[in-house]
Design a binder for this molecule. Structure first.
Ligand code: NAD
Length: 494
């Protein structure tokens, strides 16, 4: 896409900046706002209404009214029509939505274009699900003539809390199952990138989704987020974010024992065997960790490399890292955009110091970039650390930046042991031309998704989620809709 627009005047200025409650964009009751920044320039992008506990109360009440009111009378077919119209609008406005992500979060426009199919496909996938959600009949053995069947009913009001790293797709991911199952929702987008969700809220109204079905309350985690997780009239929380916050969500959810699903962080292993297709493995593993500046939950941050090719692989992946074009995401040539904010940049930099104190070497990168046009943004070089052992902090803790830690191994058993020696279990990769090795490793890695000879691709039909401290529950696939449904058994004496 060639940029013929003025990003601030044409893209950001027309966006709604209020809270979406009961079909209206309104200021926060407190009148407070907060600023959102362009991480490529450090400039203020917009001021957005700052929701707090009282606004969450209003949004939850609106979601409850819509749940028991108009939305409950929508047939599955009518919900499907809403989702299809919404998908058409996402398709029509995709270029603008993509630019909002570029400006608010820093994603490169080239990467956003690659997400086009997924963004449009998500609401279409969920539209397809609306009319196939069904209970069943059961062969009950109670004495007499007993007819037994199950009903699938929406769980109710869903509180959805999202991270900042992929605003467009992670918001669509949360909206889809809510609308498909007949639930309603209050969404609290991340404070670093709230604008895309507000635009999507506008498009939902245009698609004919009744007022109150989707409410959007930007605000901060400890206030608006906590109020949502704690609210006793919220039936389920769907959370995506860090494991630290996930633990707080579980704690807060105890108020009414609401259902909770958690999509948390990771420290995913990407295992490279000596018999791999080296060129494909270098490119695949590099983009598996550097894409989105490493700010991806499934980033394959631990490169486990079979010892005979360790030196060569580290050299080649380092050369690949150095050749990546880092810059403002508005430039179509940019492959790696900025880090989302100064705090996150500082965190990544501090991990470099930790790594060096632990004895590792930066085979590529390792520092902030401030040359020329990058000087006011939050840019960090794609980095490859060599000489890493899995016990080191840089191999155990989620850095959430463009940092790969290369660890050698000698046998498949050792590779599996290192891969699983982590509190997390979100993703994993295997690069090999040996089919048996591929299957054995896919089975051995304790993680929700294992990619073989590819890395990181997501599709709405494929279940996605974590083992261990990477969370519980799944998103995508068909089974995960159960997390948005209650099953009611009806036992009837004839
Ligand atoms: P975060 O946990 O800091 O914030 C996520 C969301 O939770 C934000 O909206 C934030 O405002 C809110 N929040 C913060 N404190 C809260 C509280 N006490 N109560 C309720 N809500 C609160 O995470 P982040 O920094 O925005 O995102 C990065 C993290 O998200 C990484 O750990 C990454 O791996 C994870 N992530 C996971 C997935 C997945 O699908 N598994 C996808 C993307 C990101």
């Amino acid at each position: 896409m060639t940029l013929t627009v003025n990003p601030i005047a044409d893209i950001i200025a027309p966006l709604p900046k209020g809270l979406l409650i009961d079909g209206q964009f309104v200021p926060a009751l407190s009148g407070k706002t907060f600023k959102t920044f362009n991480p490529a320039t450090g400039e203020v992008l917009a001021e957005v209404a700052e929701g707090d506990v009282v606004d969450i109360d209003l949004a939850v009440a609106a979601a409850r009214r819509a749940f028991t009111g108009p939305w409950s009378r929508f047939t599955p077919f009518q919900r499907q029509q809403c989702l299809l119209r919404f998908a058409d609008l996402v398709e029509k406005h995709f270029d603008t939505l993509a630019l909002i992500d570029v400006l608010d979060m820093g994603a490169p426009i080239s990467a956003m274009q690659a997400r086009r199919q997924r963004a449009i496909g998500l609401p279409r996938f969920y539209a397809g699900m609306c009319t196939v959600i069904a209970g069943g009949t059961l062969p009950n053995s109670l004495p007499g003539e007993v007819f037994t069947y199950t009903l699938k009913e929406p769980v109710g009001v869903v509180g959805a809390i999202t991270p900042w790293n992929a605003p467009l797709t992670s918001t669509l991911w949360k909206m889809g199952p809510v609308l498909a199952t007949g639930c309603t929702m209050v969404l609290k987008p991340a404070e670093d990138s709230p604008l895309t969700a507000l635009r999507l809220g506008q498009l939902l109204l245009e698609a004919g989704v009744p007022a109150g079905v989707v409410n959007i309350v930007p605000g901060f985690g400890p206030t608006a987020g906590d109020a949502l997780a704690r609210h006793s009239d919220v039936d389920k929380v769907a959370f995506t974010g860090s494991d630290l916050t996930g633990r707080k969500i579980v704690e807060a959810s105890k108020t009414n024992l609401k259902r909770v699903t958690l999509e948390l962080g990771g420290k995913s292993p990407d295992i490279i065997f000596a018999d791999c297709d080296m060129e494909a493995a270098v490119a695949g593993a590099a983009m598996g960790v550097f894409a989105n500046s490493g700010q991806i939950c499934v980033a394959g941050t631990r490169l486990l490399v079979e010892r005979p090719i360790y030196e060569e692989f580290v050299a080649r992946v380092s050369a690949y890292a150095r050749a990546l074009k880092v810059g403002n995401g508005l430039d179509p040539a940019t492959q790696i955009g900025p880090i989302v904010n100064a705090r996150q940049l500082e965190r990544i930099t501090s991990y470099m110091e930790i790594g060096i104190s632990e004895g590792v070497t930066a085979a590529a990168g390792g520092r902030r970039l401030t040359e020329g046009a990058l000087k006011n943004g939050y840019f960090f070089e794609p980095t490859v650390l060599s000489g890493v052992s899995n016990a080191m902090r840089i191999a155990q803790e989620e850095i959430f930046g463009p940092v790969a830690a290369a660890i050698p191994f000698d046998t498949p058993e050792e590779a599996a042991a290192i891969a699983n020696d982590t509190p997390f279990g979100l993703g994993g990769g295997v690069w090999t031309t040996n089919l048996s090795t591929a299957h054995r490793m896919a089975k051995a890695i304790r993680a929700g998704t294992v990619w073989v000879n590819t890395y990181g691709g997501l599709d709405p039909v494929v279940p996605f989620g974590g083992y261990k401290a990477s969370g519980y529950g799944r998103e995508s696939g068909t089974e995960h809709l159960d997390a948005y449904l209650e099953t009611k058994s009806v036992v009837m004496k004839l």
